[in-house]
Design a protein around this ligand. Structure first.
Ligand SMILES: Cc1cc2nc3c(=O)[nH]c(=O)nc-3n(C[C@H](O)[C@H](O)[C@H](O)COP(=O)(O)OP(=O)(O)OC[C@H]3O[C@@H](n4cnc5c(N)ncnc54)[C@H](O)[C@@H]3O)c2cc1C
Length: 368
């Protein structure tokens, strides 16, 4: 079977071996078995954030299909859930919203599996997994050990984690900490576009189901909901992350370029020079930390002259007609065509603004 059948962008050739262990115990056993061979391996959930090369993957693909949502004991008011890695993420959100548990409602409609959610710390409409993730059950490639890893160890940041940055292993399950409240109200709405859609102010709370409904509608309008009837949803979601640049660099950009301050957990960690700890240097002046500025990748692409629906001559890969940040397979596109379009957009943005866009999905044998 070609991996194009298991990925939402519908590109990618076959893997040498394709495994789909049915239970958590078999998932662990199979994965350890694959690791023991020394062959290359790849964990695949819903395939919504990967781009696989046309000649496929020379190794074992372990598909995670294990299901289950279990409520664990917790303090009153808190709801602790253990979710198996293969459980579809949006089903978990629906489960929580139906029961009046708040914390992940703005993450409604994100495709893929729960086990992949921590990899890039999924986020949308002002919420991120980081604020609800308690721990993961992790099979560590380096030690072969299966253990509960607290979320702090994952160093979750803007669309990143220690796992995305190269710590290899398998997420077997995740633990979420949600808030139970009798009136089933959401967390405060913190995203202007969502607040506008709901007709409320920032910081307001609303019934969970209303927030979920509004998020799903906003996502559908952007082709960001997997929908067999929407050709713009044949994508890997946002193809590029929003770049983080220094404040000084951002000052040189056009005044209308959107920019946001970088939150403490988003940018690179700030390292103090050792000198600061010398007695003569104490007390250190409380210098303001410049964490940089986050730019809008969609704005940069649009203002480099690329319009929605853009495609290179003869190519079946295109920029989504609803959202400049998604690259779509309009039918029969190859991974090479997707890569070619992605590189073209990068070149345009680099030429216009001096910013190198970084791809968000995992690229398997594809050069961008
Ligand atoms: C239409 C669309 C909209 C999207 N919108 C958003 C959005 O709003 N916000 C957002 O953050 N993302 C979004 N995405 C990206 C994607 O949905 C998320 O990254 C999702 O978490 C990927 O899940 P998956 O199971 O499909 O992972 P896959 O694509 O199968 O894998 C992604 C990565 O995770 C690894 N991985 C998967 N499962 C495991 C596991 N159990 N253990 C270890 N590693 C694992 C893979 O090896 C790979 O590196 C969107 C994608 C699409 C197609």
């Amino acid at each position: 079977m070609d991996l194009s059948e298991l990925t939402t962008l519908r590109v990618g050739g076959p893997a040498t071996e394709l495994l789909a262990p049915p239970s958590p115990a078999e998932l662990v056993e199979t994965t350890l078995g694959v690791w023991a061979t020394g062959d290359d391996w790849l964990v695949l959930g819903g395939g919504s954030n990967v781009v696989v090369a046309d000649d496929g993957f020379d190794g074992s693909v372990i598909r995670v299909t294990t299901r289950g949502i279990e409520r664990l004991e917790s303090a009153p008011g808190a709801v602790l859930l253990k979710v198996q890695a293969g459980e579809p993420w949006d089903g978990v959100v629906a489960h929580a919203v139906d029961r009046g548990w708040a914390g992940i409602e703005a993450l409604s409609g994100i495709p893929g599996s729960s086990g992949a959610a921590p990899i890039q710390n999924i986020g949308a409409y002002g919420q991120e997994l980081a604020s609800s993730l308690e721990a993961i059950e992790f099979l560590d490639y380096l030690s072969g050990e299966l253990r509960r890893m607290p979320a702090e160890e994952l160093e979750l940041g803007y669309r990143t984690s220690a796992l995305k940055r190269g710590r290899r292993g398998l997420v077997v399950s995740i633990e979420l900490r949600l808030t139970g409240n009798a009136d089933a109200m959401s967390a405060p709405v913190s995203y202007p576009q969502l607040a506008t859609a709901l007709g409320v102010g920032l910081g307001d709370r609303l019934p969970l189901s209303e927030v979920r409904g509004a998020v799903l509608a906003l996502r559908a309008a952007k082709g960001m909901l997997l929908d067999a009837t929407d050709p713009d949803s044949v994508s890997a979601g946002s193809f590029f992350t929003n770049p983080i640049v220094s404040t000084e660099f951002a000052r040189g950009l056009p005044v209308d370029a959107p920019r946001w301050p970088v939150e403490p957990n988003e940018g690179e960690p700030v390292v103090s020079p050792l000198e600061i700890f010398r007695p003569e240097n104490l007390p250190a002046p409380p210098a303001a930390v410049d964490r940089g500025v986050k730019l809008s990748a969609a704005w940069l692409i649009e203002h480099s002259g690329i319009t929605r629906g853009f495609r290179l001559p003869g190519s079946r890969a295109a920029v989504s007609s609803k959202h400049t940040l998604a690259l779509v397979n309009t039918g029969g596109a190859t991974a090479a065509e997707i890569g070619e379009l992605a590189r073209y957009l990068q070149t345009r943005v680099l030429g216009a603004f001096g910013v190198i866009l970084q791809p968000e999905p995992l690229l398997v044998g594809v050069d961008v």
